[in-house]
Design a protein around this ligand. Structure first.
Ligand code: SAM
Length: 384
C-alpha cells in the first residue's frame, strides 16, 4: 500500500475506472428511471475502499467518478424524486480529508451547487467495522437495502469479509464489483504467518478448509477464482458472476475484478463495458498494452465462439433467442458478435441452416423467431 496520501494512477487502475464508469452510466438510469416512475425512491452507491478521490497527476478517484457520472448523466435533471446516497468509506484519515476536499470541489464547480437529492456521507472507518454496522442495521430492520451498487476495491486481502458483505447484498436489487488482489495472496502463498491465514479465512467465511500453499503455482489462480465466484454466488445469491483480469507490466495477474448481479440487463451492461476496455477478448487488460499495443491487436476469436456453439448445439435445432441468451450467459462473447461474425459465416459454409423463417423475406439476417439447425455433429467444427 502506498505510504503517501495520493499516488500515481497506473494504467490498469485507469481501465478499472473505465469499467466502473461504463457500468454506472447504465446502472443509474436503469434504476433511477423506474424509481422516478414509481414516484420516488432511493439508490445507494457504496465505495468501501474509497481512497483520496484524486491521483497524483490530478485524475479523479473512484468516488469522484461515481459522483460525476451521476451528475453528468443527461437524465439527472429528471430524477428529482430519487434520493441518491453516496457512501464513501476509507480507513486512512488523510485520504478521507483529501476526499472531502475533492467532493467539495465537485460542488463548488457545479452551477447551483450540490443538488438536494444527493447525499454524500464520507466516513473514516475500516471495512470490517462498516460491514458489522450494516449487518446490525439490516438484521434489526429485517429488510433488504435500497438498490445498491457496492464497489469494493482494497489493497491486499486483509480485513475483507467478502462472504459477510455478500450476505448483506443477497436481497433486492444489489450489484457488487469486487477487486480481488490475486497477487497479494499469491505472494503470501509459501510464506508462513497466522495473520494471513486468518485474513484468508475471513475472506472465505472461515468454513473452507484448504491450503492454497499445497497447490502448484499454475493451479492457484483458477482455484482461487472459482472459490471467489462460489463465495459471491452462494452468499449473495447472485445469478451472474463475471470476472476481468488486470495484468501489470509483466504478464502476471495483479488482480481480478469480479462483478456480480441478479439482473440479466446488468450482465449485458457489464459485458459491454468489458468489451469496450478489451476489444479483443473482453476479459482482461494489461499495462503492457500501453507500451506495446501491437501485442494486443486482433479480432476476437470467432472460430472459438463457433466451436463453443457447435459443442453445445451440434446436431440440433434451436432458436435465435436461445442462442442469444446462451451467448450472454454462458460465454465471454456478446450477443452482437453472434449474427454477423459467427452465424453468417457458418451459414455461408453450409454448416448451419435457417429453418424458419425461410431466407429472403426478411431484411435482417436471423430475425426474431428464426430456428437454426446445426448440421455438424456435436463438437465437430474443424472445417470452419
Ligand atoms: C486501492 S485503494 C482505493 C482506490 C479507489 N477505490 C480508487 O479507485 O480511486 C484502497 C484504499 O483502501 C484504504 N484502506 C486500507 N485498508 C482499509 C480498511 N481495512 N478499510 C477501509 N479502507 C481501507 C486505503 O487507505 C486506500 O485508500
Amino acid at each position: 500500500m502506498p505510504k503517501t496520501t495520493t499516488w500515481e494512477l497506473p494504467p490498469h487502475s485507469g481501465a478499472k475506472h473505465l469499467l466502473l464508469r461504463r457500468y454506472l452510466e447504465a446502472w443509474y438510469p436503469k434504476l433511477a428511471n423506474s424509481a422516478q416512475l414509481r414516484g420516488g425512491g432511493q439508490l445507494n452507491y457504496i465505495d468501501a475502499f474509497a481512497g483520496p478521490g484524486i491521483y497524483s497527476k490530478g485524475e479523479p478517484g473512484s468516488p469522484i467518478i461515481a459522483l460525476t457520472t451521476l451528475l453528468n448523466h443527461v437524465s439527472f435533471p429528471k430524477w428529482g424524486g430519487v434520493r441518491f446516497l453516496m457512501y464513501f468509506v476509507d480507513a486512512d484519515e488523510d485520504r478521507i480529508e483529501s476526499l472531502k476536499v475533492q467532493v467539495d470541489k465537485v460542488w463548488s464547480d457545479l452551477p447551483g451547487g450540490k443538488p438536494k437529492n444527493i447525499e454524500v456521507e464520507i466516513k473514516l472507518s475500516s471495512f470490517l467495522d462498516l460491514v458489522g454496522e450494516l449487518k446490525q442495521i439490516s438484521s434489526s430492520k429485517n429488510k433488504s437495502f435500497y438498490p445498491t451498487f457496492a464497489f469494493v476495491d482494497p489493497f491486499g486481502f486483509k480485513g475483507l469479509p467478502l462472504a459477510d458483505l455478500c450476505d448483506l447484498l443477497r436481497k433486492g436489487s444489489c450489484d457488487v464489483m469486487f477487486n480481488f488482489m490475486y497477487d497479494a495472496i499469491n505472494r503470501w502463498c509459501g510464506t508462513k504467518g497466522d495473520q494471513n491465514q486468518a485474513s484468508f479465512e475471513l475472506l472465505f467465511d472461515g468454513t473452507r478448509h484448504l491450503d492454497v500453499n499445497q497447490l502448484e503455482k499454475g493451479e492457484r489462480e483458477p482455484f482461487l477464482h472459482s472459490l471467489i465466484e462460489d463465495t459471491i454466488s452462494e452468499h449473495g445469491h447472485f445469478d451472474f458472476v463475471r470476472h476481468f483480469k488486470m495484468e501489470g507490466s509483466s504478464a502476471r495477474t495483479l488482480y481480478t475484478l469480479f462483478f456480480a448481479t441478479r439482473h440479466i440487463e446488468g450482465l449485458r451492461v457489464m459485458k459491454d463495458a468489458m468489451w469496450s476496455v478489451d476489444p479483443t477478448n473482453g476479459n482482461r487488460f494489461s499495462d503492457r498494452l500501453v507500451k506495446q499495443p501491437s501485442l494486443f491487436e486482433g479480432a476476437p476469436d470467432y472460430d472459438n465462439f463457433a466451436k463453443i456453439l457447435t459443442q453445445r448445439f451440434g446436431g440440433g435445432t434451436t432458436s435465435i433467442e436461445n442462442l442469444e441468451m446462451f451467448t450472454l450467459k454462458e460465454t465471454r462473447f456478446k450477443e452482437s458478435h453472434l449474427r454477423q461474425h459467427v452465424l453468417m459465416p457458418l451459414e455461408g459454409s453450409g454448416l448451419i441452416q435457417l429453418t424458419n423463417p425461410k431466407k429472403g423475406r426478411q431484411s435482417r439476417h436471423f430475425p426474431a423467431g428464426s430456428m437454426i439447425k446445426f448440421l455438424t455433429p456435436h463438437g465437430d467444427l474443424d472445417s470452419v
